[in-house]
Ligand binder design. Structure first.
Ligand SMILES: C[S@@+](CC[C@H](N)C(=O)[O-])C[C@H]1O[C@@H](n2cnc3c(N)ncnc32)[C@H](O)[C@@H]1O
Length: 357
């Protein structure tokens, strides 16, 4: 038997810069960011959890800081949201440096232990009126991007390295090498994986108390749930079996892959819904967005993502819609993807039907 790469190693993010990700995806997600901003303005939440926060392309950090709420950023990739936050903290605006915390935060000391209260205007309104963009302790390091040498992380934002499918994606992925190693052919690996999924339960999700969050965002995350575990499964098949054995099963691989991928997605999406319901306060709201149609670069054809029916079915099982919360923000939106395709994105505001965990 050949050795296969383990999941932890496979899923570790490659060392690419925040700027690279910004170039690839930020335009794609500006509409999402505007929607979440509008929702924060209307709901005035005290606590917000952004699931799949990633590189924060769609997370309106300035508005969250101005709101003064507890901000939780969760992604299964370690430290990506932290890097993105630090990347954006200090910006050169015209000829002046502006710090997101000093300028925008309602409670700046929550964000930076070195925010200088004595020599500066303490209320956000005063700081905005005086056009104060940095505090008295600001000391620039003109690196690229610039940052403040005095910045001392505070209690906000709170970064969680967490699997937002209630631990299901990671728990399953970690078992893949062993599962495949115990079978004699790709066909048997797929059959065993499907059986395994049917017997699995939830594991550990976001380390936060039940019923503790006013607003949860899940923007353009669900469409990605199955992608990495599935790609990893395919890679393990190729690493584990000789090309001759894979060749023998070749004609059926597509059918098995489809069945397995559908089951995998449903399992993960259900974990996600359950995790949201677990964490949401009574009367809390969810901002949820997904791709409902896709057109590849250079093509005229639009197609429906295979995971859409299961996504909508599960959303309907666990949530009600609140179409009136922020009129206008739920309109479908066309957005250019990082690979020059086009997505039709639909956003929803949801409330939990009833506690189900
Ligand atoms: C398309 S991005 C969403 C946009 C993201 N906020 C950004 O700025 O790039 C999807 C994010 O979901 C994360 N993700 C995918 N599956 C996950 C899981 N099971 N648990 C936690 N995060 C997950 C990815 O790591 C990625 O950062």
């Amino acid at each position: 038997m050949k050795t296969v790469q383990d999941w932890q190693e496979y899923s570790r993010p490659r060392a690419v810069s925040v700027e690279y990700h910004r170039r690839k995806t930020s335009n794609f997600l500006t509409g999402q960011q505007a929607n979440i901003s509008a929702l924060i303005g209307v709901l005035q939440p005290e606590s917000v959890l952004c699931m799949g926060a990633g590189y924060l392309n769609d997370i309106p950090m300035e508005d969250l800081a101005a709101q003064g709420c507890a901000v939780h950023l969760a992604d299964w990739l370690p430290d990506v949201s932290r890097h993105a936050f630090l990347h954006d903290l200090v910006q050169l605006v015209g000829e002046r440096y502006a710090c997101l915390v000093c300028r925008q935060a309602k409670n700046p000391t929550d964000y930076c232990g070195n925010f200088n209260l004595e020599t500066n205007l303490t209320s956000r309104a005063d700081r905005v009126a005086a056009d104060a963009t940095v505090c008295g302790n600001f000391e620039v390091d003109e690196a690229r991007p610039p940052h403040c040498r005095a910045y001392l992380p505070g209690i906000n934002p709170i970064f969680h390295e967490a699997d937002v499918t209630q631990g299901r994606a990671v728990d399953f992925a970690e078992q893949i090498p062993k599962l495949i190693a115990r079978t004699k052919s790709p066909r048997k690996s797929f059959a065993k994986a499907i059986t395994k999924l049917r017997s699995m339960k939830s594991g550990i999700g976001v380390p936060m108390a039940d019923g503790s969050v006013d607003l949860i965002t899940s923007s353009m995350v669900a469409s990605q749930f199955d992608f990495e575990p599935f790609s990893y499964f395919q890679k393990c098949i190729l690493q584990n079996f000789s090309s001759g054995v894979v060749e023998k099963d070749k004609n059926h691989l597509k059918d098995w892959e489809l069945e397995f991928r559908n089951d995998l997605f449903r399992f993960l999406m259900e974990g996600h819904c359950r995790e949201i319901v677990r964490l949401l306060r009574p009367n809390g709201r969810v901002y949820f967005s997904i791709e409902t149609a896709h057109r590849r670069a250079g093509s005229r054809e639009w197609f429906q993502p295979e995971t859409l029916p299961a996504t909508l079915e599960l959303i309907g099982t666990y949530f009600n819609f609140d179409f009136d919360a922020v009129p206008g923000i739920l309109a479908p939106e066309f957005a250019q993807t990082g690979t020059d395709g086009t997505s039709l994105i639909q956003s929803y505001i949801l409330s939990a039907k009833s506690p189900m965990n």
